[in-house]
Write a protein that binds this ligand. Structure first.
Ligand code: 5GP
Ligand code: ZN
Length: 112
């Protein structure tokens, strides 16, 4: 999508601190980290939010989650949390599906 921030980051039109990339996913450091490690993992293909993902996107969703676990392993994180905010009321501010990988500090449960 031409006006999507994360599509522009994936395309390299807006700079980001890349952590991992392959032909399906892109991972980069969050600009306003909420934990010592805060990486965003996104599909290269635009999906607005998790609820927009269809049956044909299942493999890609698996790639995003497995990619986040792989990044966590590469960064030496043993304990971490993955978060997907779906919709404004859940805290979603960028409408290109992304998994937050948060680590490096204790995580409260349940989340606020
Ligand atoms: P959401 O609130 O949609 O779940 O998460 C969006 C995340 O994107 C936020 O944690 C925010 O800090 C991050 N973010 C917003 N704009 C940029 C940007 O231009 N670059 C990077 N690297 N992260 C961004
Ligand atoms: Zn997008």
């Amino acid at each position: 999508m031409s006006d999507c921030l994360f599509c522009k980051i994936v395309a390299g039109e807006i700079p980001s601190r890349k952590v991992y990339a392959d032909d399906r996913i892109y991972a980069f450091h969050d600009i306003a980290p909420k934990a010592p490690t805060h990486v965003l993992v996104v599909p290269r293909r635009h999906i607005g939010r998790l609820a927009d993902a269809g049956a044909a996107d299942r493999e890609l969703l698996g790639d995003v989650v497995a990619g986040a676990a792989s990044v966590a392993r590469d960064l030496g994180l043993e304990h971490y949390r993955l978060v997907i905010n779906n919709g404004e009321g859940a805290g979603q501010t960028v409408f290109h599906l992304h998994v937050h990988l948060l680590g490096g500090r204790p995580m409260a449960w349940p989340p606020g």
